[in-house]
Design a protein around this ligand. Structure first.
Ligand SMILES: [Zn+2]
Length: 98
C-alpha cells in the first residue's frame, strides 16, 4: 500500500530554489524589512537582491521610507550642525600634555 507523502521541505525534481520574482519581491518588501519573513523565504529574497540591482535599490528606498515613517529617534543632524561639530573638534585638538 502506498501513501503519498507530501513534504514541503523536500520536493523531488526541484534542484534550484525558487527565487521570488520582482513582483513577488514588491509584495515581500514590507515583511522583509519588518523581519517577519520565514527564514527560508528571507534567504531567497536576499538571493534575489544579490542578483537584481533594481530590487536592491527598491528595497533600499523602502527601508529609508519605513524608517522615516516610523519616526526613527536618531535622525541624522542637518549639515550645518555637522559642520559645527567638525569646527568645534578642529578648534580643540587633542593636547598631548598630561
Ligand atoms: Zn528584482
Amino acid at each position: 500500500m502506498y501513501r503519498s507523502q507530501t513534504c514541503q521541505n523536500h520536493s523531488p525534481g526541484s534542484d534550484e530554489a525558487a527565487i521570488p520574482t520582482c513582483k513577488d519581491m514588491s509584495e515581500l518588501v514590507t515583511d522583509y524589512l519588518d523581519g517577519a519573513l520565514p527564514w527560508s523565504t528571507r534567504q531567497k529574497a536576499r538571493l534575489h537582491l544579490l542578483l537584481c540591482h533594481a530590487c536592491r535599490q527598491y528595497f533600499d528606498q523602502m527601508r529609508r521610507t519605513v524608517r522615516f515613517l516610523a519616526g526613527a529617534p536618531r535622525q541624522a543632524p542637518p549639515p550645518e550642525v555637522e559642520q559645527d561639530v567638525l569646527d568645534s573638534i578642529a578648534a580643540h585638538p587633542h593636547s598631548d600634555g598630561g
